[in-house]
Design a protein around this ligand. Structure first.
Ligand SMILES: *Cc1c(COP(=O)(O)O)cnc(C)c1O
Length: 421
């Protein structure tokens, strides 16, 4: 559920008509709904009610300062995957003891940054990382709290590029070697082992892979405790999927996901962490673009928008589907026309949808891409020298620009000239 509905025939973000935002900031732009972010956080909080837990928002899905500050105000922690995300979380006022650091390639500089500024835990992914973190922490006179990310060898049945829990994926250590690796970690003086981490992929639309993975984590918890380790925290990762195509998908609800957690690891006396990104931010955002041309091609019509693959790369990168709707509500029973919906970038990959049925649209008409709040703005670029597009946050009948569109000069002046050119 989200807060982007037609009111009096015009698509709104909460109580703000989208054409009003378009007139103010120009198109294309991203717009996020505060109420939707809150609602999604609350769904997870409800799902984990009764268990000691921390919901760590996966910042890589949407790391705008205003968004993460709002999430933190609800009580969320943050899951960060780089030094830059760590600093963004700190800049938004998130205390170090609410930040978990994930990722397969943490550098020494990133480790120092987090140890210096405070960290809840590092989710360590390999033996060389363990060795380096122990050395860095010792040099700083600290002890780094860690979980070790295990790879449970579960097929999450999601897109290959976002599946992370199969043995051929680069993430974590094989669960079969976990006891050996925990013994090594326990012997390193700069580390304090506190728990287990697992994250099997993103956009999961089935609970079964979670259930299998979490059962393996429960079994491992018993084994590691028997080996003498303190396992007081389980980080269960993110990955719950969202309905990108509303007409035919209904992924499991957070409450059902919570039941899986309670059933599999709920009685271990551990503090539970989860790291949802997409489910919180995805349906809390739209990308709004305007029609530049309607081009009649050979046997097909192209809707050429001012939004492109550099603004939203998911269709080009993952073949992802986004529902695309006109901002002016079509009359009931209005005739539909199939369009190929494309951007202006000079690549055929800059195609958002093929033969998508929409009511007839004309130059200047606004369209909205649903479910664009996660992995949208954060993955955007200035390819084709198209400046990054603005992000807008709505709350009730107010809206504010939370990242301004750079000017062409801003963009160009980032380059510098060596004297010999
Ligand atoms: C990407 C990622 C997440 C968030 O995944 P979503 O599908 O957005 O919920 C959580 N944890 C880790 C370690 C990740 O890499």
């Amino acid at each position: 559920m989200d807060h982007f509905l037609y009111q009096n025939g015009i698509l709104h973000a909460e109580d703000v008509p989208l054409p009003e935002i378009a007139a103010s900031v120009g198109t294309p732009f991203y717009v996020y709904s505060t109420a939707t972010l809150t609602r999604h956080f609350d769904l997870f909080a409800e799902a984990l009610d009764g268990l000691p837990h921390l919901i760590c928002f996966a910042m890589k899905s949407n790391s705008n300062q205003a968004v993460i500050k709002h999430m933190a105000s609800l009580g969320a922690g943050m899951d960060v995957v780089s030094g830059g995300e760590y600093l963004r979380a700190k800049a938004a006022g998130v205390p170090g003891d609410r930040i978990v650091f994930s990722g397969v390639g943490k550098t020494e500089a990133e480790m120092r940054l987090a140890l210096d500024g405070g960290i809840r835990q590092f989710n360590v992914e390999s033996e060389p990382e363990m060795a380096r973190l122990s050395r860095v922490a010792s040099e700083m006179g600290k002890s780094a709290p860690i979980t070790i990310r295990v790879n449970p060898d579960v097929d999450a049945k999601t897109h290959a590029k976002i599946s992370t829990g199969r043995s051929e994926d680069k993430f974590g250590i094989p669960i079969a070697r976990a006891r050996e690796v925990y013994a090594l970690a326990a012997a390193l003086s700069g580390l304090q082992v506190i728990g287990i981490d697992v994250h099997i992929g993103s956009q999961l639309t089935d609970l079964e892979p979670f259930e299998i993975a979490y059962n393996k984590v429960a079994e491992l918890t018993h084994q590691l405790r028997a080996d003498g380790h303190t396992i007081s925290r389980l980080d269960l990762g993110g990955g719950l999927g969202i309905p990108y195509q509303r007409s035919n998908t209904a992924p499991p609800l957070p409450i059902e996901y919570g039941e899986v957690i309670k059933r599999t690891v709920g009685d271990l006396g551990c503090e539970i962490e989860i790291e949802p990104g997409r489910l919180i931010s995805g349906n809390a955002g739209l990308l709004v673009g305007s029609t530049i041309y309607v081009k009649h091609g050979e046997g097909r019509d192209f809707l050429i928008l001012d939004a492109a693959m550099n603004d939203l790369i998911r269709p080009a990168m993952y073949g992802a589907w986004h529902d695309i709707v006109p901002v002016v509500e079509p009359a009931p029973g209005a005739e539909q026309t199939p369009y190929d919906i494309v951007g202006p970038v000079c690549e055929s990959g800059d195609t958002f949808a093929k033969q998508r049925s929409l009511p007839a649209l004309a130059e200047g008409d606004l369209v909205a891409f649903r479910s664009a709040g996660a992995y949208g703005a954060v993955m955007s670029s200035e390819y084709n020298s198209r400046p990054l597009i603005p992000e807008v946050l709505v709350k009730g009948d107010q809206f504010a620009v939370i990242r301004a569109r750079p000017t062409f000069d801003d963009m160009i002046n980032r380059d510098t000239l060596p004297e010999w050119v």
